[in-house]
Write a protein that binds this ligand. Structure first.
Ligand code: ADP
Length: 481
C-alpha cells in the first residue's frame, strides 16, 4: 500500500513542507510506503540553525525541573505507544517487531532517565588556595547543537543524543537518516507536544550531501554529535572543527568475538547468533569477526551453522521472524559484493537472496569459514548478516587477532575461565567488552563508545553524556571586604 500522507520538517516551531519529498519504503515489501517526507534544502537548514541559535539563551535559562518535566512527558508517551511506534520502526527499517518495540521502549526510558539528569546534575564548590575566596565549578549548556543520526537505530540513537542535549539546556538541529524519517518525525512531534518552546528542537529531514555542511559548518553551531560511517564522520569532523565546534563521532566497528576452547558450546552459539545476525547484522556493535580457538572450532562451526540455517528470515512484522530484510537495495548490493569477494578466497555458507510473499531485500545469514584476519571482509565493516570465522592457534593468538583491527568499539569473549575473562577485559582495545554476552546489546545508563577509528570525542549515554553537552565554568568568588 502506498501512503501519500505528507510529513514536514519542524523549523522554529512551524511545520514546513517542501517541493522535494522522499517516499519512505518498507524493506520487507517495496510496494508499501509509509508516507512522503519533506526533504530540506539549504535555506531550510539555515533557518533551522538560526532558530536553534535564537532559542538557545531562553532554553538555557529554563529551570531544570521544567526541562525534566517535558522530557519525562515525552518518555512516558513513547513508552505508552511503544507497540504502535515499534510497528512503524519495523515497517521503515526492517528489524523484527520484537526488536523494534524493544528499541522504542529504550528510547522512552532514555528520555525518562535524562529527565532525571536535568535536575540531578550539580557542580562543585572548593576553597581557593587564597583566603576568603570560594571556587565554584558549574556546568552550562554548549548552545545550539547539531545531531546527525544513521538509519540502523531510528529511535534509540536520536533519543540518546537529543535527550541529554535538551536535558542540559542545549537547543538542537536534528537530521535523521534519509531512510528512516518516520521514527524521527514522530519523536519530534511527541517532544514538541510535550512542551518544547519554538526553535528548541528543529527537525531537518534531508540529504546529508545537501544540508550537511550547513548544519555542521555554521559558526552558530557549538557542537555536532554524529553517528554513521567513518568517511562521513571524517567529513563532519573537518566541517565542524573549522569553526572550533565540539565534535562527537560514533562510527564503524569490526567487532571480535573470541570463542575459547573452554567455552560452553551452547552459550557460544547463542552469543554468536545474536551478536552476528540479529537486527540483520546491521549494528555497529555486531560481532563480525568470530575468532575461534582450534580446540573447539570444528564443534562450534557445526553447531553455529545448524543454528544459523534455522534462523527464520521474513517480513519484519510477521510473527516468528527472527531476521528481517536488509534495509535497502544499496546495502544489499554492498553485502553481496563483500560475499562475492569472500567466495573467491574462502568457503561461504548462506548469503543467498531469498524470495518471500512480498518483494523485499531478503538475504540469508552468511558465515565465511576459514577466514584470514587480513582479508578485506575481516577488515571492512560490511553491515549485513555476515560474519567470518577466524581460526586462532592459542588464547594469546586470539587476543592478538581481536585487537588487530583499525576499529575498537565492542569486543566479546565466550569462556568458562574467570582468568581468561579478566585478562581479556584488560587487554581488549575496545570501548566496550562483553563476557559471555553478545557484543551488541547495551544498557542506556552507562557509557557507550569506542576507541581507535570507531569513535571520537567523549562517551555517549548515561551520566557520561554530560561531558559532551555541557561546558565547565570556574568562578572565583570573594565577599569583597
Ligand atoms: P550510513 O552508511 O549509515 O548511511 P552515513 O555516514 O552515510 O552512514 O550516514 C549517517 C548520517 O550522516 C545520515 O543521517 C546521513 O544523511 C548523514 N550525512 C551524509 N552525508 C553527510 C554530510 N556531508 N554532512 C553531514 N551529514 C551527512
Amino acid at each position: 500500500m502506498t501512503s501519500s500522507v505528507l510529513f514536514d520538517n519542524l523549523i522554529d516551531g512551524h511545520w514546513r513542507g517542501s517541493e522535494d519529498r522522499v517516499s519512505n519504503t518498507n524493506p520487507s515489501d517495496v510496494s508499501d510506503s509509509i508516507g512522503r517526507f519533506a526533504l530540506a534544502d539549504v535555506a531550510d537548514a539555515r533557518l533551522a540553525v538560526t532558530a536553534a541559535a535564537e532559542a538557545a539563551p531562553g532554553w538555557a535559562r529554563t529551570l531544570p525541573t521544567a526541562r525534566a518535566e517535558i522530557l519525562d512527558r515525552a518518555g512516558t508517551e513513547i513508552l505508552s505507544r511503544k507497540d504502535e511506534l515499534g510497528d512503524l520502526l519495523a515497517q521503515e527499517e526492517g528489524k523484527t517487531l520484537a526488536e523494534s518495540i524493544g528499541e522504542v521502549a529504550r528510547a522512552g526510558q532514555i528520555f525518562r532517565y535524562q529527565a532525571g539528569q536535568a535536575v540531578r546534575s550539580g557542580g562543585e564548590l572548593l576553597d581557593s588556595v587564597r583566603p576568603g575566596i570560594e571556587v565554584a565549578i558549574t556546568r552550562e549548556p554548549l548552545g545550539p547543537v547539531t545531531i546527525i543520526t544513521p538509519w540502523n537505530f531510528p529511535s534509540a540513537i536520536p533519543a540518546w543524543k537529543i535527550a541529554p542535549a535538551l536535558a542540559y539546556g542545549n537547543t538542537v538541529v536534528f537530521k535523521p537518516a534519509e531512510l528512516v524519517p518516520a521514527s524521527a518525525w514522530h519523536l519530534t512531534e511527541i517532544l514538541q507536544r510535550a512542551g518544547l518552546p519554538a526553535g528548541v528542537l528543529n527537525l531537518v529531514m534531508g540529504r546529508g550531501s545537501v544540508v550537511g555542511d550547513v548544519i555542521t559548518g555554521s559558526p552558530l553551531i557549538a557542537g555536532v554529535s554524529f553517528t554513521g560511517s567513518v568517511a562521513t564522520g571524517q567529513h563532519v569532523l573537518e566541517s565542524a572543527q573549522a569553526h572550533r565546534a565540539r565534535v562527537q563521532l560514533e562510527m564503524g566497528g569490526k567487532n571480535p568475538l573470541i570463542v575459547t576452547d573452554d567455552a560452553d558450546l551452547a552459550t557460544a552459539v547463542s552469543v554468536a547468533i545474536q551478536g552476528s545476525f540479529y537486527s540483520t547484522g546491521q549494528r555497529c556493535t555486531a560481532s563480525s569477526r568470530i575468532i575461534v580457538m582450534n580446540g573447539i572450532r570444528a564443534a562450534f562451526e557445526r553447531a553455529l551453522l545448524e543454528a544459523m540455517n534455522d534462523l527464520v528470515v521474513d517480513d519484519a512484522r510477521k510473527l516468528g521472524t527472527q531476521l528481517g530484510p536488509v534495509v535497502d537495495a544499496s546495502q544489499l548490493a554492498q553485502d553481496e559484493r563483500y560475499l562475492e569477494l569472500a567466495r573467491s578466497t574462502s568457503r561461504v555458507e548462506g548469503g543467498t537472496r531469498l524470495s518471500r510473499e512480498t518483494d523485499g531485500y531478503y538475504l540469508s545469514p552468511a558465515l565465511i569459514l576459514d577466514a584470514n584476519n587480513d582479508d578485506v571482509c575481516s577488515r571492512e565493516e560490511i553491515f549485513g548478516p555476515v560474519a567470518s570465522i577466524i581460526p586462532a592457534e592459542s588464547y594469546d593468538h586470539a587476543v592478538e587477532l581481536a585487537n588487530d583491527t583499525e576499529f575498537g568499539l565492542a569486543s566479546g569473549i565466550v569462556t568458562t575461565s574467570l582468568a581468561r575473562a579478566q585478562d581479556f577485559r584488560r587487554r581488549s582495545e575496545a570501548g566496550m567488552v562483553m563476557v559471555n554476552l553478545p557484543t551488541a546489546g547495551v544498557d542506556y545508563h552507562v557509557p557507550f563508545g569506542g576507541r581507535k577509528a570507531s569513535s571520537y570525542g567523549s562517551r555517549e549515554q548515561g551520566e557520561y553524556a554530560r561531558e559532551f553537552y555541557t561546558t565547565v565554568k570556574t568562578s572565583y568568588v570573594s565577599a569583597g571586604s
